[in-house]
Ligand binder design. Structure first.
Ligand code: GLA
Length: 726
């Protein structure tokens, strides 16, 4: 049983195949964390709780007596504000008396097979009830009447625990949540590095590693989206941990809005990590009897290094996060009109694209921005989701059927949560944009944000989307989000609820996405936000793939894709070959194969030589599809650490095949003899390399390695080596 309750010791033990997590109910019903780390058989670990001899100005609960236990130093499971736990807290409740002291104590628990639903928010899910077990711990703050349910769902076979909290106001008075986070974890030391993913538009998810120090450190978003600038991912790893070795804790928030992910090292040399909705610009009113649910957070632990942490995330997301028809259905190779035509297209041009692309083996045409209202540049028409018949003469259905007649699927672009000041929608509804009364709102890309926190706005928007999608045979939708939120307020929320706006906006987005995927379950949805500005687990619950970045330069994509792979699998990473010419088309293809493959160029303009390469790429996409999408990724040489080349490898789950890709960023004479050791193979199996025809044991390939020196003559060259069992 992955969850056991030891009533003698008053401990809960949550075991996965890689980790143990132990919670203890201490005296006076304090809920404390005894252990999270590599699997251990014990249900109790002493000496973790009472350590206040080191405390600074010890404060203690007189009901316990003495100073052996202090909330100031104890590993409190869900840290709250005000009652002697001075660290960064997970919960802070402003009660009707005006103070914000919150002191949670255990009142009960339940353990059951399965996982409870979370209404209105995306979460991981079970394919089968037996896949996971859940522990609910109930805790109460006696004075405010706030009851918190801490949910822990243990995916034992996956090495994953998901967490979230429900905060319920059981009193007769209103309270205000000023912080309500998804997870809090106290680790017994501070000998760790924090790994996070920073970036910006065109340079998403750059891996950054820093040593933890005393004080608070971490990342957050206040941009109304999970954002390009920081991803809601953080790993806390032992200082020496690398791809192969060392303790690693990985955390990822299933949320698309403002988040915080902070570590605090206290004077006692312990580390608290918290993750959840960013408390800045957040306060939630809980009337008598009302509840608030935090988003879900995913926790991974492994003692086998950062690479294994990533692979646990990848398997979990492929199996328990991505859903719907397209979870396991092969994704079509697409060609997107954006970089080929921008706003300048008509029916003929798109059908010509389809015809030329068809000959290359491409399977879907995506009509990007510019098909609606009077949109010929980015100054107008967002919100006017009706077809521009000047461009698409005879209407959308004519275009769709012509593309279908060519044997290609058809996809369309939307940016639903936006409104152009120059749009019929804005003229008809001048209060439908996100704005503060009396202030001229900021513009981003000449647009405002549509206030989807409002149900009437969502209904109006959905009607427009439904009209187009239901009347045309649409196979795919690209859902974009091209600015961040400023002037955060809604025209219809009362003053005391404006602090709820950001979260309400995110819930509104989920609602429309949910309408789309449930009304049209056959449609493949691809998220996008100026590239990868909303690449997060919540979006993956709606769209199995997300456009990784507007930057399609193969060399720059290396760091973007290496960074993205910290927790997101190849099956989710939108990667296209574009006309961007720093490297040859072959390398662009080799890099794009590490993702949901497609093209972003005018297929009519390819040379004969390029067409031949594309035909090979298409063949390879099909050949390696399962290996890349569902195989195990090994980051052999990281472009963050090596300026000369990047090497990565996929191994099939049955270890019968492997694909190694090397991209030479900068040819370097000093590194001529370059040996790379493969990973994850079966040492006993014999593998043949398709390029050299040599046969080696898995043991030799992993221990002696292969020499890659003679495979690059120029910067930007690349090579793939395919190994199959003989
Ligand atoms: C964003 C997307 C691009 C494209 C444009 C269209 O930048 O990331 O792929 O769809 O919008 O305006």
């Amino acid at each position: 049983m992955p969850i056991i309750y030891d009533s003698k010791q008053k401990t809960f033990k949550l075991d996965t195949k890689t980790s143990s997590y132990i919670i203890h109910v201490y005296r006076e019903n304090y809920i404390v964390n005894l252990y999270y780390g590599a699997l251990i058989p014990d249900t109790f670990v002493s000496k973790r709780v009472e350590r206040s001899t080191n405390a600074s100005f010890s404060v203690a609960n007189p009901a316990i007596g003495g100073y052996d236990f202090s909330p100031d130093t104890a590993p409190i499971e869900y840290g709250c504000n005000g009652a002697a736990d001075f660290r960064i807290s997970a919960l802070s409740v402003r009660n009707s008396n005006g103070d914000s002291t919150t002191d949670l104590r255990y009142i009960g628990h339940s353990i059951y097979q399965g996982k409870p639903e979370l209404e209105g928010q995306p979460t991981s899910y079970l394919n089968d009830k037996s896949e996971a077990d859940t522990l609910e711990i109930y805790a109460e703050d006696k004075v405010t009447g706030v009851i918190v349910t801490l949910y822990y769902t243990v995916f034992a076979d996956q090495g994953v625990i998901t967490r979230r909290a429900k905060i319920h106001n059981s009193s007769e008075n209103p309270v205000k949540l000023e912080r309500a986070l998804s997870l809090c974890i106290d680790l017994p030391d501070m000998d760790y590095d924090l790994i996070t993913l920073y970036g910006r538009h065109n340079k998403e998810r750059t891996v950054e590693r820093r040593r933890l120090a005393h004080g608070i450190q971490g990342v957050e978003s206040k941009r109304g989206a999970s954002s390009h600038c920081q991803n809601p991912f953080a790993a806390i790893v032992k200082s020496g941990a690398n791809e192969e070795y060392g303790w690693c804790y990985g955390f990822n928030l299933v949320y698309s809005g403002n988040f915080t992910a902070m570590a605090e090292c206290d004077y006692n040399g312990t580390t608290r990590f918290i993750m959840g909705i960013n408390p800045t610009d957040f306060a939630w009113n809980l009337g008598a009897g009302e509840s608030f649910d935090t988003p879900e957070a995913v926790m991974v632990f492994t003692d086998k290094g950062i690479g294994e942490m990533s692979r646990i995330f990848h398997r979990f997301y492929n199996n328990n996060l991505v859903r719907g028809e397209w979870k396991s259905k092969k994704r079509p190779i697409l060609i997107n009109s954006w970089e080929a035509a921008y706003f300048d297209f008509d029916t003929k041009k798109l059908v010509d694209f389809a015809k030329a692309a068809k000959k290359l083996g491409v399977e879907m045409l995506v009509m990007d921005d510019g098909w609606f209202g009077k949109r010929n540049d980015d100054t107008s028409s967002l919100g006017d989701w009706y077809v521009n018949e000047k461009k698409l003469k005879g209407g959308l259905s004519k275009l769709v059927s012509q593309v279908h007649d060519e044997g290609l699927k058809f996809g369309i672009w939307y940016e639903p949560e936006m409104i152009s000041p120059d749009s019929d929608l804005f003229r008809a509804h001048p209060d439908w944009h996100v704005h503060v009364k009396g202030r001229e709102p900021m513009q981003g890309r000449q647009q405002y944000v549509l206030d989807v926190s409002r149900k009437d706005v969502r209904d109006g928007l959905w009607q427009m989307m439904y009209d187009v999608i239901s009347k045309n045979d649409i196979d795919y939708v690209k859902w974009d989000f091209n600015r961040n939120i400023t002037d955060a307020a809604s025209a219809i929320l009362p003053a005391e609820k404006q602090s709820e706006f950001f979260h309400r906006f995110v819930l509104g987005t989920y609602d429309i996405m949910n309408r789309l995927v449930t009304t049209f379950p056959n449609i493949l949805l691809e998220n996008c936000s100026g590239g990868g500005g909303r690449f997060d687990p919540a979006m993956l619950c709606f769209s199995p793939q997300i456009w990784c970045s507007d930057n399609t330069d193969a060399i720059e994509r290396l760091t973007i894709q290496f960074g993205t792979s910290m927790c997101y699998p190849a099956s989710t990473m939108g990667a296209h070959v574009s006309a961007c010419s720093r490297t040859g088309i072959a390398t662009r293809g080799n890099v794009a194969l590490w993702g949901t493959f497609g093209y972003e160029m005018d297929p009519r303009k390819l040379t004969k030589e390029e067409r031949d390469i594309v035909l090979t790429q298409v063949e390879e996409y099909h050949k390696y599809y399962n290996l890349i999408h569902y195989g195990d990724l090994y980051r052999l040489v990281s472009p963050f650490e090596n300026p000369y080349y990047a090497v990565w490898q996929f191994v099939s789950p049955d270890k019968k095949e492997a694909l190694v890709t090397k991209v030479t960023v900068k040819r370097d004479e000093i590194h001529r003899t370059f040996i790379v050791k493969l990973k994850g193979l079966d040492p006993e199996k014999l593998y043949k390399c398709d390029i050299t025809d040599e046969v080696y044991s898995g043991a030799a390939l992993m221990n002696a390695g292969i020499v890659l020196y003679n495979y690059a003559r120029n910067d930007g060259e690349s090579i793939k080596l395919y190994f199959s069992e003989v």
